[in-house]
Design a protein around this ligand. Structure first.
Ligand code: F6P
Length: 319
C-alpha cells in the first residue's frame, strides 16, 4: 500500500485531531503516504485533498475541532455520490481510506469498501452510540465539559432553591445524559431508553417538596424530550421555581481529555496497521481495554445499547 487518505466527517468530536495525527504519523512510520481530505465526504466529492506529513499534524493533539474540517453530506447517502467518491479516491491514487466519525460517516466508509476502496473507520462522536466499541472519541471530553457546566448550575440552583432542567446532547441515545447525570448526582435523569412522563417527574418532585426539597437537578437527554416544555410543566404542576439550561454545542468543543487523546492515538495507529496489513472493511474499536477490528457492517447495523443497571444505580444513589 503506497498511499492512504484520512478524513473526519459528521459532527466534530474532541480528539479527532489526535486521531488524524496518529493516522498520519503511523502511516509515515510504515512507509505509506497520506493525503488529508478536507470537509469530509463533501470535500471528497469536490476533490479537496492535500498531502499530509508528520509536520502537518504538529501541535494539534490538544486541540478540539478538526484541522481537516468536517461536514455532514447528504449526497453521500446516495449511490451516485458514493460512486463519485470512490472514483475521486482512485483518481488520486488512494489505496486505502481511514474515516474518523460517527455512524453516518462509518456508513459512508462501508459503502466505499463495497466499491472496492479498502476502508477502516474510527468511531468518533460525543454520543457514544456506536456498536462494537465501548467508547467513542469525544465522549469522555463531552462528559467532563458537561459535568463542569452542570456543577456550576448546581451552585446557583442551591443558592436560589430552584429546580433546573439541563438538556444535554446525545442524539437518540442517553449515554451522555446518564454519565453526566450520575457524575453530578442529578435527582432525575431522563433518557430515551427509559420511559418517563412529565406527570411522574412532577409527582417525584412534589414528594421531595413535601420533605422540604426545593432544589432539584434534572438532566434530560435531547433524545428524551424538550427541556423548555418540561420546565414549564414543572412550574405549572409541581409549584417549583424552575429554570432551563440547554448546554448545546459547548459539549462538542474544547481541548480533549487525556483519555480521549490516548484513545484517539491508539485507534488511529491501529486503523493504519489494519489497512497496511491487508485488513479492511473494519472499524477500530475498544473492547475490554483492547483495540480490535470490528466489521463495519456490524458497527453500523444497530446502536450500542445502554446498560440500564447504571440508570437504576444513579436513581438509587440520588434518592
Ligand atoms: O452527533 C453529535 C451531535 O452533537 C448530537 O449529539 C447532536 O444531536 C447533533 O450532533 C447536532 O448536530 P449539528 O451540529 O449538526 O446541529
Amino acid at each position: 500500500m503506497r498511499r492512504i487518505a484520512v478524513m473526519t466527517s459528521g459532527g466534530d468530536a474532541p480528539g479527532m485531531n489526535a486521531a488524524v495525527r496518529a493516522v498520519v504519523r503511523s502511516a509515515v512510520h510504515r512507509g505509506v503516504e497520506v493525503v488529508g481530505i478536507r470537509r469530509g465526504y463533501f470535500g471528497l466529492l469536490g476533490g479537496e485533498m492535500e498531502p499530509l506529513g508528520p509536520e502537518s499534524v504538529h501541535d494539534i493533539i490538544h486541540r478540539g475541532g478538526t484541522m481537516l474540517l468536517t461536514a455532514r453530506c447528504a449526497a453521500f447517502t446516495e449511490p451516485e455520490g458514493e460512486r463519485a467518491g470512490a472514483a475521486r479516491l482512485r483518481a488520486a491514487g488512494v489505496e486505502g481510506l481511514v474515516c474518523v466519525g460517527g455512524d453516518g460517516s462509518l456508513r459512508g466508509c462501508l459503502a466505499l469498501e463495497g466499491l472496492g476502496i479498502p476502508s477502516v473507520g474510527i468511531p468518533a462522536t460525543i454520543d457514544n452510540d456506536l456498536a462494537g466499541t465501548e467508547q467513542t472519541i469525544g465522549f469522555d471530553t463531552a462528559v467532563n465539559t458537561a459535568v463542569q457546566a452542570v456543577d456550576r448550575v448546581r451552585d446557583t440552583a442551591a443558592a436560589h432553591e430552584r429546580t433546573f432542567v439541563v438538556e444535554v446532547m446525545g442524539r437518540r441515545s442517553g449515554f451522555l445524559a446518564l454519565a453526566v447525570g450520575m457524575a453530578c448526582g442529578a435527582e432525575t435523569i431522563l433518557i430515551p431508553e427509559v420511559a418517563w412522563s412529565p406527570e411522574t417527574v412532577c409527582r417525584r418532585l412534589r414528594r421531595g417538596l413535601s420533605r422540604g426539597l426545593r432544589q432539584n437537578l434534572i438532566v434530560l437527554a435531547e433524545g428524551a424530550g424538550r427541556a423548555t416544555e418540561l420546565g414549564a410543566q414543572i412550574e405549572a404542576s409541581a409549584g417549583l421555581e424552575t429554570r432551563v439550561t440547554i448546554l448545546g454545542h459547548v459539549q462538542r468543543g474544547g481541548s480533549p481529555t487525556a483519555a480521549d487523546r490516548n484513545l484517539s492515538s491508539r485507534l488511529g495507529a491501529a486503523a493504519v496497521d489494519f489497512l497496511v496489513d491487508g485488513h479492511h472493511g473494519l472499524m477500530a474499536g475498544l473492547q475490554a481495554g483492547v483495540i480490535v477490528g470490528v466489521p463495519l457492517g456490524a458497527a453500523v447495523a444497530g446502536r450500542r445499547t445502554l446498560d440500564l443497571r447504571l440508570h437504576e444505580l444513579a436513581s438509587r444513589l440520588s434518592a
